[in-house]
Design a protein around this ligand. Structure first.
Ligand code: ZN
Length: 118
C-alpha cells in the first residue's frame, strides 16, 4: 500500500519505503521488503516456532512482552489492507461499477457493501 502522504509504496510490515530497502514485493494490497522476508525465513527456520509436526506455533509461544510488541505492526498492517480495499472500491465507484457488483465480488449484499465502503 502506498504511503498516504507521499504515495510511495511501503513495506506493510516495517513501514520502510521502496527507497530504503533492496527489494519490495507487492501482494494483494500489501508489500513486503527483503528485510522482513529475511526475518520471516529465520522464524520459519527456528525450531522453537514449530510444533512436533512442523506446523507454526506462532504467537502462542511468545511471552506477554513479545506478543504486545507485535500489536503495533499487526494494527498497521490491518489498517494498510483496509485502506487498500477502500481505495479499490473507490476506484470501482469512480468507474461507475454498481454496489451490487462490488457486493457480489466481496461475497456480501449490495446494501452491506454500500454501508461499509460508501
Ligand atoms: Zn519490511
Amino acid at each position: 500500500m502506498p504511503n498516504a502522504t507521499t504515495g510511495e509504496p511501503v513495506c506493510t510490515f516495517c513501514g520502510k519505503t521502496h527507497r530504503e530497502v533492496a527489494r519490495l514485493i507487492a501482494g494483494p494490497g500489501v508489500y513486503i521488503c527483503d528485510g522482513c522476508i529475511g526475518i520471516c525465513n529465520s522464524i520459519l527456520g527456528d525450531e522453537k516456532y514449530q510444533d512436533a509436526s512442523g506446523g507454526w506455533r506462532g504467537w502462542t509461544i511468545m511471552d506477554n512482552d513479545e506478543l504486545l510488541a507485535t500489536l503495533p505492526g499487526v494494527l498497521r498492517s490491518t489498517e494498510t489492507i483496509r485502506e487498500g480495499l477502500q481505495a479499490r472500491v473507490d476506484e470501482l465507484r469512480q468507474r461507475k461499477v454498481s454496489w451490487a457488483r462490488i457486493g457480489t465480488a466481496l461475497g456480501m449484499s449490495r446494501q452491506a457493501a454500500w454501508e461499509r465502503f460508501a
